[in-house]
Design a protein around this ligand. Structure first.
Ligand code: KIV
Length: 257
């Protein structure tokens, strides 16, 4: 059975760290399912799967397509699906309709939104409608054009105050989990300590209640440069290239089949 939001919340109480990874396809999802507590079909699929510079082109249909595929593989982990750019910002009604579509079509347990103070009512309405919300704060990739690139957040006191207050408000308005991206460790620590809901960090130091990475980054499958916080646990690009070259040489020399 899949982990529920309350299973993940009780991990915080038990001081058990949450292991989270992204997936967009069946093969990776079947590998990570039994290892992870939380699988995210991230809109980072716009970068990693579609090869775009940003996540802004990703559509609801893309999320439903990849979400349904990953959902077929996920049996034990919690499954969360990202709401893509402009599927929830325009109005709470749009957010409810689109989140409902994603949950019904994919069978995921929760949706993730990159939030601002404008999103608080939406978090409230979605959670009251029975849709657990994972709220994403700090570096929000859908704000690429506002930042002028992927830039660390919480660099000064006022940015830190903004992210801290927003995180508190997200919890008050019903968010079930908080993803904190690209902020200093001391800020992520302060937020983690002051919230009852779990925090999952990415590029936010080691004081969160869990960590998430893009799976293809940690496997060394995405071409460099990677964000500075990414650790390559293997170098699959090199391994795959070697195998493909061996195949090529054997075909050229008429050794295969
Ligand atoms: O889109 C994504 O994959 C994400 C995670 C990396 C947090 O938002």
């Amino acid at each position: 059975m899949r982990k529920t939001i309350t299973d993940l919340q009780s991990m915080k109480q038990k001081k058990e760290l949450i292991v989270a990874l992204t997936s967009y396809d069946f093969q990776i999802a079947t590998i990570i399912d039994s290892v992870c507590d939380f699988v995210l079909v991230g809109d980072s699929l716009g970068n990693v799967f579609q090869g775009n510079e940003t996540t802004l082109n990703v559509s609801i249909e893309n999320m439903i397509y990849h979400g349904s595929i990953v959902s077929r593989a996920v049996k034990e982990s919690h499954l969360c699906i990202d709401m893509p750019f402009m599927s929830y910002q325009s109005s709470t009604e749009d957010a409810l309709r689109n989140a409902g579509r994603i949950i019904k079509a994919t069978g995921a347990e929760s949706v993730k939104l990159e939030i601002s103070f404008d999103s608080l009512n939406t978090i409230n309405k979605l959670s009251n409608a029975g849709i657990p919300v994972v709220a994403h704060v700090g570096l929000c990739p859908q704000s690429f054009n506002m930042y002028g690139g992927y830039k660390k957040q919480g660099k000064n006191k006022s940015e830190q105050e903004y992210i801290y207050t927003l995180s508190k408000e997200a919890e008050i308005n019903g968010a079930s989990i908080l993803v904190i991206e690209g902020v200093p460790e001391n800020l992520a620590n302060k937020i983690t300590k002051s919230l009852k809901i779990p925090t999952i960090g990415i590029g936010a130091g080691k004081k969160c209640d869990g960590q998430i990475l893009v799976t293809e980054d940690l496997l060394g499958l995405t071409p460099s440069p990677h964000p500075s916080f990414v650790k390559n646990y293997s170098n699959l690009r090199t391994t795959i290239k070697k195998s493909i070259n061996s195949y090529k040489n054997e075909v050229k020399k008429n050794k295969f089949p």
